[in-house]
Design a protein around this ligand. Structure first.
Ligand code: XMP
Length: 319
């Protein structure tokens, strides 16, 4: 795509002009935006860039290993991978309120990020994968609704004493354009085409208290669901698809025994920006196939439901 080729060259020149010989730190989440920002920055300034990946232990199956493999091994980007799952899960113990969960994760994320950037000896710039809709949203937030539906977190909320000059090379782009840029930069499709994933990770897909055991169960169900979606060739037609582990146990029958295990919900929506969303109309054969696999292959789940709520009035995530 010639337009994106031109954007790429201009963006690289702009980054070099802004950064000079300074050191840049970039928070990597594994998501599309920060990933594309990191690869673009690396192309512009090489080892002046260090990425920090704060792993809260609430990622999907295999995701952390994939982030490390892709960025460190394939793109040769300097990457700090901090496994902070003990810390996050410890602080989440006993927490059931969705907003307290989000705020706890947001606060720890900043603490750990700050620790890691101090270990690196600081930096002159902080890079972020801010997109155009994020810019608009934060501008309109001042005059927008006074009710916070969900407090989102990203590295933009860093405390004043560590505020660095921002580098935001994607701030003129929409999500679909970021994906085109990622392909232009030679990034693998499994990153560029990936569904959005919320900062708080699986914590907000486990209503009630989050534990490592529940996260493990959820990851198994989620893997099966996404595998079936990919096999059916539906992944790219869906904005987001995921599993929610419900804080409800129900009675079931397995072989000639009684089970009393958790129920889970499947969610899949279409959307263009995440602001509104429609339920994806799977055929019932697909849904029952997924349900059978999950109940048979995931210990701890014995019932599967499909969430048929659009946004509004529902939200995409359950918390
Ligand atoms: P909701 O659930 O509000 O989600 O309909 C809209 C979109 O935003 C994602 N989401 C988040 N993304 N940090 C993020 O970076 C967050 O805290 C967060 N919460 C929700 C959600 O997955 C959906 O794509």
């Amino acid at each position: 795509d010639w337009t994106m080729g031109a954007f790429r060259a201009e963006a690289i020149a702009r980054i070099r002009a802004q950064v000079g010989t300074g050191r840049v730190i970039c928070g990597l989440s594994g998501g599309v935006d920060s990933s594309v920002a990191a690869v673009l920055l690396h192309e512009a300034i090489g080892d002046q860039l260090t990425c920090i990946y704060v792993d809260h232990g609430l990622m999907r199956a295999g995701e952390s290993a994939q982030v490390v493999k892709t960025f460190r091994d394939r793109f040769n980007i300097r990457l700090v991978h901090r496994d902070a799952s003990e810390l996050f899960l410890g602080q989440l113990s006993g927490v059931t309120d969705p907003e307290v969960k989000r705020k706890t994760i947001g606060r720890l994320f900043i603490e750990v990020f700050e620790e890691e950037q101090q270990k690196l000896g600081g930096a002159d710039f902080l890079a972020q994968g801010t997109l155009y809709p994020d810019v608009i949203e934060s501008v309109s937030a001042t005059g927008g609704p006074s009710v916070t539906i969900k407090s989102h977190h990203n590295v933009g909320g860093l405390p004043a004493h560590m505020r660095m000059q921002l580098v935001e090379p994607l701030r003129d782009l929409f999500k679909d354009e970021v994906r085109v840029l990622g392909r232009e930069l030679g990034m693998p499709e499994e990153i560029v085409g990936r569904h959005p994933f919320p900062g708080p990770g699986l914590a907000i897909r486990i209503p009630g208290e989050v534990t490592r055991e529940k996260a493990d169960i959820l990851r198994r169900a989620d893997t099966i669901y996404l595998e079936e979606i990919r096999n059916a060739g539906l992944y790219d037609a869906i904005w987001q698809a995921f599993t929610v582990l419900l804080p409800v146990r129900t009675v079931g029958v397995m072989g000639d025994g009684r089970t009393y295990d958790s129920a889970c919900a499947l969610r899949a929506v279409t959307s263009t920006d995440g602001m509104t969303a429609d339920v994806y109309p799977f055929d019932i054969g697909f849904l029952t196939r997924v349900a059978n696999r999950i109940v048979n292959e995931v210990r701890g789940i014995n019932r599967v439901t499909y969430d048929i709520t659009s946004k509004p009035p529902g939200t995409i995530e359950w918390e």
